[in-house]
Design a protein around this ligand. Structure first.
Ligand SMILES: Nc1ncnc2c1ncn2[C@@H]1O[C@H](COP(=O)(O)OP(=O)(O)OP(=O)(O)O)[C@@H](O)[C@H]1O
Ligand SMILES: [Mg+2]
Length: 344
């Protein structure tokens, strides 16, 4: 059978059409395959970047932690040393320079503690040794006064000077011994069940002549008015606390000092109030530090050594109590309150 030209053309055109369809479909598949490959590659690259970022972040975190933590430990231990707090040893076991640094720091702290102890032992021994000759000198001056019938003006003046200086030295050495006992853990109490009014009254009665001399009215609970509040306290030490607070109050008061005892459910409060110039706000945080002396009365040259309130704090705290200088709610003067726990 013979194929005509028209048939031939039709066959060619169909073939061409089939070839075009095939090529197009191949092209589409190739394009889709290329897209898929590109998508896969993109996802892999993204996953790689994300993985890198996470690994990087963890590495930075761990490296920073291993460097910053020991530095933090050392910085806070150094702060505690500077504040004079008791320092525990720094425990760093990193096996690197930080561990060496921590071990040097611990040696330094141990050495400092050894020297501090040596210093306080030495001071304790010296003040203790000074106590007896000063007491002898003070007693001897009193005896000497008695042997001179009518001392002339100069003799009386010099005897007075020696007497006052010896009394001041006696007071100072006694305070220093107490302070060192409190700081060095050598302080011991002899607590007994006592009515708190006893040491309060005893301290006030001893200071009544001083108050009178200054023209200050000293008020304290009278025997009849005050109901008994029995506490387990060292009466002599509590008297020392009240004496220190009332002596300060008399020194600063304008006209009156009031001592009150307040019975509360769990605590017994002892208030010592005066109507003097009060305590400066700037002095408040340091008031109970040893040797801290704030504002002084201009007309009094014989001011103290700044040990009284630190001893008060030490004694009150060793009874489980607290002492504070408080606001007088706008009224002039100073207000000190001792809080003692009532056991049982
Ligand atoms: N009632 C008060 N009114 C105003 N300021 C006071 C009062 N009591 C204490 N202060 C201030 O607190 C400071 C510290 O008192 P603290 O009793 O410790 O020492 P001192 O009285 O100066 O000396 P010391 O008690 O050793 O003889 C005083 O120097 C004073 O500035
Ligand atoms: Mg004082």
């Amino acid at each position: 059978m013979e194929i005509g030209i028209d048939d031939q053309r039709e066959i060619d055109s169909k073939l061409n059409e089939q070839i075009r369809v095939k090529i197009r479909s191949n092209l589409v598949s190739a394009e889709q395959a290329a897209h898929r490959t590109a998508d896969r590659t993109e996802r892999r690259i993204l996953a790689l970047i994300l993985g890198g970022v996470i690994v990087g972040a963890f590495s930075v975190y761990f490296i920073t932690r291993s460097v910053v933590r020991p530095i933090d430990q050392l910085v806070s231990a150094t702060d505690r040393v500077n504040r004079g707090d008791p320092v525990q040893r720094v425990d760093i076991r990193s096996g690197d320079e930080f561990e060496i640094l921590a071990s040097h720091f611990n040696q330094m702290v141990a050495e400092r503690e050894r020297l501090d102890k040596m210093k306080s032992d030495f001071m304790f021994m010296v003040t203790h040794e000074l106590n007896s000759p000063i007491a002898v000198a003070a007693g001897a001056v009193d005896l000497l006064k008695g042997t001179i019938d009518a001392p002339n003006e100069k003799q009386a003046k010099y005897l007075g000077m020696i007497h006052r200086s010896a009394a001041r030295l006696q007071h100072l050495t006694a305070d220093l011994v107490d302070l060192m006992k409190l700081e060095g853990g050598r302080f011991s109490l002899r607590p007994q069940l006592t009515d708190i009014h006893e040491p309060v009254r005893s301290a006030c009665q001893s200071l009544a002549p001083t108050a009178e001399e200054r023209g200050i009215r000293l008020q304290y609970p009278s025997v009849d008015a005050a109901p008994g509040i029995v506490l387990n306290i060292d009466s002599d030490r509590m008297e020392q606390v009240i004496t220190n607070l009332v002596r300060n109050a008399i020194r600063f008061a304008a006209s009156k000092v009031e001592v009150r005892v307040v019975d509360e459910e769990r605590e017994c409060l002892i208030w010592v109030e005066d109507d003097g110039p009060g305590v400066d706000e700037n002095d408040l945080p340091k008031l109970f530090d040893k040797f801290y002396r704030g504002k002084q009365m201009p007309d009094q040259n014989k001011s103290g050594s700044g040990l009284g309130l630190s001893i008060v704090k030490g004694i009150v705290e060793s009874h489980g109590g607290t002492v504070q200088a408080t606001d007088r709610g706008g009224r002039p003067g100073a207000n000190f309150v001792v809080r003692l726990p009532k056991h049982g």
